[in-house]
Design a protein around this ligand. Structure first.
Ligand SMILES: [Zn+2]
Length: 677
């Protein structure tokens, strides 16, 4: 069984980005000051009169801006019934649904949805990949009845990947296939959103053999109660897409409901009145009736990544290779010029957009391993960004402080916060700075480490003795067991503290430490690439056999430049009565020779459970796998984990399989080992 290494890597990369090796940014005050002085000739009243806005968009803007009228009251009343998803990512195992007022309306688990769907839709409903152990299919939306998913997968017995979009009825768990790309047609989804009473899917067809755009479309799907099926219709954006394709311009969507999703174009047109188009550094606007107007380039230096835009301002980021950070800019559509909103050494993440304001975060890391995020909003035309709130990292809790799960529903920001040992969904007013957040009653994760004790942490840096460049940044945590769970809790805690000390000892003994100044020119020119980071985090903490044993899992990630780093995992089992560390050799009553044979046989069985195509193993010879597993198995091999049912013997990346294959895991139940916990 493969573990979710890819997911782990992604998470770790995110954590690294958050806790990364980049220099710490300036203080929030400096940020504010800078943002202020950028705009000297303060724009008076940013209005929607500034060209390109049609009547429908104006009406919607007025509605969004809370202009009181009978019509907008009615629309607001309708939108109170709207339903939204609270999920950490688009492929989280568990998620909640809430209404516009923030009341929880449902709680879901993918495994349960999959069980309820059963064999219906077996050609396309995946949800959970049992063999690989990861959750597939991106959750798009919930409309109060249907959950919508999209996936890139092999449909049925096809051997080519395609995109599929499907709905699951939460009343009877009947799945409905809404759309699928044809293998080889180059179609891919770039926006999928439940908008204005229908699921919208916008599809781009990749450039043809001649390098020109071929086709683009946006379809809407609504459920036909009488026919018990979904009906497909065009979103009516042909004029926009035809013009863009004819001119060979790409159309640009806006950041969506999830920070990594994009809005549909019907939504963009309704709110903006036109769609931004671009081609090789040239930009323009195309209105709903297909009228193109050229605008000056957003930015000459670097490649602008458009995050979002409205009828007055375009917000985009550019990577600054000197400071290794993304800088946020806004482009004034009327004046056709851009200004920076953030400083060169501040790493910015664009989080969302509401009613003329872009929301973004700046991360500062004064001490490696302790990232701090400050969330700002900036309304185009105003002189300065407004600080909304800030959040600190918490040792033992793995999340992006203040930004994890960020989304805007109605006029409130929702995100995941650490609260009393758990990660909880909270919300705060999107227009009022520094308002204390409110709980939603939706728990993302109860963290066991805080149930059984606490987590300590520390961080160390080491500089080149010749040029003072920081070459190592280490961060480590250790679990501290509460006295009530063991008469020898202190002994267990001491063991884990000692492990942390050893970890920092590894930094001091590193083979990478410079012996002279021969690399200093390189150190000074590429300080980020030269910095090795290593992390050791407390993972799951559990009691086994009714509190007789305690297991403490740890995970780590080493990064030393290059495409990827190396993950690390370790687990410690303790006898809570005596406080002693217990190994497989203490539990297994037979000989080590017998143990080696059991592990080798179980590994061979795991190997044989895969087809040739999906095997994570390098080898395609079961005897070879058996022999390697036999050679590696021993009472001293640390690559073993314990849980309530049995042990998991694992093979790290590159041991039995490729890096991408991740950890190959082999589960062996206790009864096969004659172990009675
Ligand atoms: Zn140096």
């Amino acid at each position: 069984m493969k573990n979710r290494l890819i997911a782990t890597i992604l998470t770790t990369v995110m954590v690294l980005t958050l806790a990364g090796c980049t220099g710490s940014g300036d203080t929030p005050d400096a940020q504010d000051a800078e943002a202020t002085d950028e705009v000297t000739e303060t724009q008076t009243e940013p209005t929607q009169e500034q060209g390109g806005t049609d009547e429908a968009a104006k009406a919607l803007l007025e509605k969004l801006r809370g202009v009181n009228s009978e019509e907008s009251d009615e629309a607001d009343a309708e939108s109170d019934d709207d339903q939204y998803i609270l999920s950490k990512s688009q492929n989280s195992q568990r998620f909640y649904t809430i209404d516009t007022s923030g009341n929880m309306t449902g709680s879901y688990d993918r495994n349960e949805i999959k069980a309820m769907v059963g064999s219906r839709g077996k050609d396309y409903v995946r949800l959970y990949d049992e063999q690989n152990g990861w959750y597939t299919d991106d959750l798009i939306a919930y409309d109060g009845r249907f959950l919508y998913f999209k996936a890139y997968e092999m449909y049925g017995s096809d051997t080519d990947y395609c995109y599929v979009v499907y709905a699951v009825d939460t009343q009877d768990y009947e799945p409905y296939l809404l759309w699928k790309s044809e293998p080889g047609d180059g179609g891919y989804i770039d926006g999928a959103e439940y908008y204005d009473g229908a699921l919208h899917i916008s599809v781009n067809y990749s450039r043809g053999a001649d390098g020109h755009l071929t086709k683009r479309m946006e379809n809407c799907y609504t459920f036909d109660e009488a026919g018990q099926k979904f009906t497909e219709s065009s979103a009516g954006l042909e004029a926009v897409f035809d013009e863009a394709v004819a001119m060979d311009y790409n159309v640009q969507d806006r950041v969506g409901y999830f920070t990594d999703s994009r809005q549909c174009f019907a939504h963009v047109l309704d709110e903006v009145g036109w769609v931004l188009v671009m081609k090789d550094g040239e930009y323009g606007k195309v209105t709903a009736d297909g009228q193109f107007t050229s605008i000056k380039p957003l930015w000459e230096d670097g490649y602008p990544y458009v995050a979002t835009y409205d009828d007055n301002y375009i917000y985009f980021t550019c990577w600054n290779s000197d400071s290794n950070a993304h800088i946020l800019y806004y482009y004034d559509v009327g004046r056709e010029r851009a200004r920076a909103l953030t400083l060169p050494d501040e790493e910015v993440t664009v989080l969302g957009y509401l009613d003329g304001a872009v929301y973004y975060s700046i991360q500062t890391t004064e001490t490696y391993g302790y990232p701090h995020n400050t969330i700002y909003s900036y309304r185009g035309g105003e002189a300065r960004s407004e600080k909304m709130y800030e959040a600190d990292s918490v040792p033992g809790a793995h999340f992006g402080p203040g930004i994890e799960g960020f989304r805007i529903i109605g006029d409130r920001i929702y995100y995941i916060a650490f609260d009393d040992g758990s990660l909880e969904w909270v919300s705060t007013d999107a227009r009022t700075p520094d308002e204390a957040y409110k709980s939603t009653g939706c728990t993302e994760e109860e963290i066991n480490a805080f149930k059984y004790g606490d987590v300590e942490s520390s961080s160390e840096e080491s500089k080149c003795p010749y040029c003072d460049t920081t070459l190592f940044r280490y961060y480590a945590e250790n679990f501290v067991l509460d006295d009530e769970y063991s008469p020898n809790a202190a002994k267990i805690t001491d063991f884990l503290r000692h492990r942390r000390d050893e970890f920092f000892g590894e930094m001091e003994n590193s083979d990478y430490a410079p012996v002279d100044d021969s690399d200093c020119e390189y150190h000074l020119e590429y300080p980020v690439q030269n910095c090795i980071t290593d992390d050791l985090n407390v993972g799951n903490v559990e009691m086994l056999a009714d509190g007789k044993y305690l297991v403490v899992s740890m995970s780590g990630y080493w990064y030393g430049g290059g495409a990827h780093g190396y993950p690390n995992r370790e687990q410690y089992l303790f006898d809570t009565a005596g406080g002693e560390r217990i190994t497989i050799g203490d539990l297994y009553k037979g000989t080590e020779e017998e143990y080696k044979r059991i592990v080798a046989e179980a590994t061979k069985e795991d190997f044989l459970s895969y087809t040739y195509e999906n095997s994570p193993y390098f080898s395609n010879d079961s005897n070879e796998v058996y022999n390697q597993a036999y050679d590696e198995a021993s009472f001293d091999n640390p690559n073993i984990e314990f849980d309530e049912e049995g042990v998991t013997v694992y093979y790290p990346p590159y041991d039995m399989g490729s890096y991408a294959a991740g950890y190959i895991e082999v589960k062996i139940p206790y009864d096969r080992l004659n172990i009675d916990l």
